[in-house]
Design a protein around this ligand. Structure first.
Ligand code: F6R
Length: 599
């Protein structure tokens, strides 16, 4: 989604803005721009495409001795990708950048249409005009307050006024932080963007206005308030590529270390600790998330269905965009678990707020601990994955599935479905993960990728937990390689999808469920008989006829509670190698954005 940067300080303003914008590239964007104040005048420069284009364009102007500036990466929502629609927008004396969506922008336009001629199709330009309509040359705070009180929707704004060497920021329902350096101040949608300059920041809450001059003030309802300064718990190196060709590859490799971190936080003395919540007191758990986060929650439901469900206790999984608009029956026996890497995904956040209003107990399994979800959920289980920059999640999904498995094991232990010895044995496998992940990452995926990367369609099949891993594997492949991919419960193949199989169509079968592997092998035979190219990704103890499988990846045998984690890592690597051969922009797939802060 769109990203906002602001800077006031002694460094070269344009250079700081560009370098911070580059740190926000991972969020996804289609155009960018900046506005800089020099000699009391604001110069706006913007362009379509990569930040490199903006860099080239601004290099034509002299920005020396600029005092402050704001900048933006745009991910088109209102209006096509064009220079007019990119930010910053200027109307009258006001220049502004905006992240979010204004629902009543047409009404605002109707109010202002006699006074202003609009150049863009964006809701953002209407906000700019609204602020200008209240501005008398000297009442910046009042103009911002009056204008934003009329807005319906979500926004974070970076605002400057012609002739004033200051930056203002305000937000509602999308993130904005104030970065604090040594006699220099920043605005950003994400603290990650500021890590080369500072780790100190203040999280702005809804309707607070920050005014950045030689120092800063934060106002709420016209009164100065004082807020806690936080320190980011990761370094700039963690947000950089560190020698890897892509963030995705780096993040896949980081899963080794994350499994160590998760183990030491959540498991001590062969016991699961620190999960805060007593799951045992609930009768129903709803898991809610979007995309891969939703896929990770399916792992928890799968195990709850398999081992814990009875008339008294069960779990559901929902995509946030559905959960939000459904009828619900809530009582004190319901726990809702939200999964979100960013902690800002609009639909998931709306569901969390809905549950909080209902007084339901909520848990957020979340990576960004400064995020809105982490602050608003009753309980928080940190994912400890560090900054995830590649748009397609890998380590985020990994961490979510890991924590989901621990949640279920905790329920199983408390309900005496497993005893101490069994729990200890299972947890030993969590401890072995770093070594096994390393082993899985270092298998040869290039040779398989080479044989399938030119195909137009690739299918995944599996049964039991494998079908849920297939959801995530298929999503990963299509989003980064743009190859059409679907997955099917393998028993469903002959009920329709087998019509799609022709000579050399790749079918990737995931095999980690011993009890149903013979059935899946039968389905593989059916696909093979129609000419499919078969790739099997299986656990060590499941054997497969050499003639059946064209390519075979074997992952170490571990407890079923972590087996799917090893299988998905093999799928992540395969998707990565395929996308690389197709020369795709792996870390920034087209049309996607990292933090989906609009509905
Ligand atoms: C897919 C992917 C997305 C996210 C989804 C939820 O690779 O990254 O499907 O999982 O947008 O994002 P979070 O977890 O930030 O709520």
């Amino acid at each position: 989604m769109c990203g906002i940067i602001g800077y006031k300080g002694k460094r070269n303003v344009k250079d700081v803005l560009i370098s911070c914008l580059q740190m926000l590239e991972y969020r996804g964007y289609d155009s960018s721009g900046l506005a800089v104040i020099k000699n009391n005048k604001i110069r706006v420069t913007k362009c379509v495409g990569r930040i490199e284009n903006l860099k080239e364009k601004v290099s034509r102007y002299d920005f020396d001795n600029s005092v402050c500036g704001i900048a933006h990466t745009r991910w088109a929502t209102h209006g096509k990708v064009s220079e007019e629609n990119s930010h910053p927008h200027r109307v009258g004396n006001v220049v502004l950048v905006h992240n979010g969506v204004i629902e009543n922008y047409k009404e605002i336009e109707d109010l202002l249409i006699k006074k202003y001629k609009f150049k863009s199709e964006t809701d953002s330009e209407r906000i700019c005009a609204l602020i200008d309509s209240f501005y008398n040359g000297n009442n910046e705070l009042e103009a911002i307050e009056k204008a934003t009180s009329m807005l319906k929707g979500s926004y974070s704004l970076g605002i400057m006024f012609e002739g004033k060497n200051k930056i203002y920021g305000i937000k509602k329902d999308t993130p904005l932080v104030l970065g604090i350096g040594n006699k220099e101040f920043f605005l950003a949608s994400d603290i990650c963007a500021l890590l080369p300059y500072t780790k100190e920041f203040i999280i702005l809450d809804d309707n607070e206005i920050v005014e950045i001059g030689d120092n800063f003030n934060i106002y709420y309802d016209g009164i100065i308030i004082y807020k806690k300064i936080e320190t980011a718990d990761y370094d700039v190196e963690e947000a950089m590529k560190n020698g890897y060709e892509h963030f995705m590859l780096k993040e896949i490799n980081e899963q080794i270390d994350i499994s160590r971190k998760l183990y030491s936080k959540y498991i001590t003395n062969e016991n699961i600790n620190d999960l805060i919540i007593d799951l045992d007191k609930y009768k129903r758990i709803d898991f809610v998330g979007c995309g891969s986060a939703y896929n990770a929650s399916l792992v928890a439901k799968y195990f709850i269905d398999k081992y814990c469900t009875n008339g008294e206790f069960y779990a559901n999984c929902y995509a946030s965009s559905e959960y939000r608009y459904m009828n619900h029956y809530f009582d004190k026996n319901v726990l809702v678990v939200f999964l979100s890497q960013s902690g800002e995904t609009a639909d998931t956040l709306a569901c969390l707020r809905m549950c909080n209003e209902e007084g339901i107990d909520t848990v957020a399994i979340v990576n960004v601990i400064s995020s809105t979800m982490a602050r608003e959920a009753k309980y928080v289980l940190p994912m400890l994955a560090g900054p995830e920059i590649c748009v397609a999640t890998t380590k985020g999904y990994f961490s979510q599935s890991y924590i989901c498995s621990l949640l279920v094991l905790k329920v199983m232990y408390k309900r005496k479905i497993i005893n101490r010895e069994e729990l200890t044995r299972i947890l030993e496998d969590f401890n072995k993960l770093p070594k096994y992940i390393d082993e899985v990452i270092n298998k040869d995926y290039k040779i398989i990728a080479d044989s399938i990367y030119k195909n137009k369609d690739i299918y995944y099949i599996g049964r039991g937990i494998d079908i849920y891993t297939c959801y995530e594997a298929s999503l990963k492949l299509k989003e980064i390689s743009y190859i059409h991919s679907e997955c099917f419960a393998s028993g469903e193949l002959k009920h329709g999808p087998i019509a799609l199989i022709s000579k050399r169509t790749p079918v990737i079968a995931l095999l980690s469920e011993f009890s149903v592997c013979e059935k899946t092998i039968n389905n593989i035979c059916e696909a093979k008989a129609r000419g499919a190219k078969i790739i099997t990704i299986r656990k060590e103890s499941i054997n497969i006829d050499k003639n059946l499988s064209d390519y075979d990846i074997v992952v170490p045998l571990v407890s079923e509670f972590v087996q799917s984690i090893l299988i998905i890592i093999a799928c992540q690597m395969l998707s990565y190698e395929v996308a690389k051969l197709r020369k795709c922009d792996i870390d920034k797939p087209r049309n996607l954005s990292k933090s989906v802060t609009v509905e």
